[in-house]
Design a protein around this ligand. Structure first.
Ligand code: ATP
Ligand code: MG
Length: 526
């Protein structure tokens, strides 16, 4: 037992009941089993937090296991990226890093054992024929003509499959269960197929690869996993999971599979196949584009692991699938950043302002707090004020609407942390466009000193020459509709305005030395 917080969900209840009953010798071993065919996304983070959180709370451990049974789609780039992401989320697997391919020999031994016991056979029919004979929910299947091959013949064929005597698709190993089983997955499921493909770890050692439903329970059992947690789509696979373990054991501990609802989030897609398409078609800058729902993308966007944990707690662990409002994720991220981001000033679209009555060449160093809303946190930085400034272009209107609180000809505003200024004159270009503003300041109006001087609103600003040029990228939701998956082609649902780049932005000089990955909230820019 540990002092980590007890999760409150139905899986925690199962674990507690198992511990209370003394099952598995008091052990709790979970695993996170990604297929290394893409980067992790926010759905995976839910599964990571759940698996690692459960084990930590009950004094157990969690394994990171790469489910690398499909040699064609897998890549070591993904293996590296996934480890980085799991670690970043706080997942610590200790020495328990595994690959399904570590167990290929043991899986194959189990296959030979099933063959020897008359529980598996080699089928040399075409894939189409096998599929056709499976039947359907309301139609029983048909036995393969090879179903009753003698065990010795099956063993010989299986060994020849392994030795490379069959081309891809020419033979499969099938479990011999029941072709009229009400669960279609139990109708003599495929255990091995021939795949002459190079594997990223085992190279050319194998040309037969185990199917998911055979491999997964054996991986769990070989590692000593007690609670094998997966998403609801695998509910009907559980029967086969149990069958495989029951006929290859005894296993101690004997793993059990439990299902929970996968996370589906509005305004995004989560299937790795679709995310890969976004990357390959250059719709985004990469797997870590800040608009991507990937862990790497969110990290680049400034999201913290704590925010993702808060989000996971907020939505909980359910037994029914549902679409989660992306507003909940955005809320968790905002609440977290609010607490940890000092405030600073940046002008995204600068408009020049000259203060005509400011002493020529004078620079006043204002001392402004990093946390204006929470002065007790302390800390401040110097912000230079002078006769040449920039304000936000949108904060000025020639012909302002009625309740305009910002700058306009003849109006006054306060510059945050500084003085009240009045706009006296507008400098126009040849086409009538606003080029610059001529203003005057009230030397007795400095923020925090003496009488509070009233003015329309408060604007952010930077010094014209002492501020630092910056490129500001403003990210919005990647998709324009809540359910891109429901569209005929999800690409058509992309939000064309998901990235706006301002190349001529200016930020206050204190940010000149900000480290990559540091977080600031720009005043009035949310
Ligand atoms: P995808 O469809 O995106 O490829 P996957 O389920 O095939 O996802 P895996 O790498 O096989 O991806 O998943 C690793 C683990 O993460 C599995 O245990 C799976 O149940 C879990 N997982 C994947 N997607 C989600 C999700 N949206 N919500 C919760 N858990 C998920
Ligand atoms: Mg998968």
């Amino acid at each position: 037992m540990s002092d980590a917080p007890r999760p409150r969900n139905f899986l925690a209840e199962i674990v507690e009941a198992d511990l209370a009953a003394g099952r598995n010798g008091g052990r709790v071993v979970t695993r996170f089993p990604p297929e290394p065919n893409g980067y992790l996304h926010i759905g995976h983070s839910k599964s990571i937090l759940l698996n690692f959180g459960l084990a930590r709370a009950y004094g157990g451990r969690t394994h990171l296991r790469f489910d690398d049974t499909n040699p064609v789609t897998e890549d070591t780039e993904y293996v590296e990226a996934i480890q980085q992401d799991v670690r970043w989320l706080g997942g610590d697997w200790g020495g328990h890093l595994y690959f399904a391919s570590d167990f290929f020999d043991r899986m194959y031994a189990c296959a030979e054992r099933l063959v020897g016991e008359g529980l598996a056979y080699v089928d040399t029919q075409s894939q189409d024929a096998i599929r056709e004979q499976r039947g359907s929910f309301d139609r029983p299947g048909v036995n393969s003509p090879f179903r009753d091959r003698p065990a010795a013949e099956n063993l010989d064929l299986l060994r020849r499959m392994k030795a490379g005597e069959f081309p891809d698709g020419a033979a499969v190993l099938r479990a011999k269960i029941d072709m009229s089983h009400p669960n279609v997955l139990m109708r003599d499921p495929l255990l091995y197929r021939v795949r002459h493909a190079r594997h990223h770890r085992t190279g050319d050692a194998w040309c037969i690869y185990p199917m998911y439903d055979f491999a997964h329970p054996l991986e769990d059992a070989c590692e000593g996993v007690t609670h094998s947690i997966c998403t609801l789509e695998f509910e009907s696979n559980r029967e086969l999971y149990d069958w495989v373990l029951d006929h290859t054991g005894p296993w101690d501990p004997r793993p059990r599979q439990y299902e929970f609802a996968r996370l589906a989030l509005g305004y995004t897609v989560m299937s790795k196949r679709k995310l890969l398409r976004l990357v390959n078609e250059r719709r985004v800058s990469g797997w870590d584009d800040p608009r991507m729902p990937t862990v790497a993308g969110m990290r680049r966007r400034g999201v913290t692991p704590e925010a993702l944990r808060d989000f996971a707690d907020l939505i909980g662990v359910a037994k029914n699938n549902s679409l989660v409002d992306i507003g909940k994720l955005e809320f968790a991220i905002r609440a977290d950043l609010e607490r940890r981001s000092p405030r600073a000033m940046a002008v995204v679209h600068p408009l020049a302002v000259s203060i005509e009555n400011w002493p020529a060449g004078k620079v006043e160093e204002l001392d402004l707090p990093w946390w204006p809303g929470e002065p007790e946190r302390g800390g401040s930085r110097k912000v230079p004020f002078g006769g040449e400034l920039f304000i936000e272009r949108d904060d000025f209107a020639l012909d302002p609407p009625k309740d305009w609180k910002r700058l306009a000809p003849g109006r006054e505003v306060r510059l945050a942390g500084a003085y009240v200024i009045r706009c006296d004159d507008v400098v126009r270009g040849p086409g009538g466009e606003v080029r610059a503003l001529r203003c005057t300041y009230d030397s007795a109006s400095r923020t925090g000193e003496g009488a509070t001087r009233r003015a329309g609103g408060t604007l952010h600003w930077v010094h014209a020459h002492l501020s630092v040029p910056a490129e500001v990228r403003m990210y919005d939701r990647l998709f324009a509709v809540e359910q891109p998956d429901a569209e005929e082609d999800f690409i058509a649902a992309l939000n064309p305005g998901s990235l706006a780049v301002a190349k001529g932005a200016r930020v206050e000089p204190a940010l000149r030395d900000a480290l990559p990955g540091s977080r600031y909230q720009f005043l009035r820019q949310g």
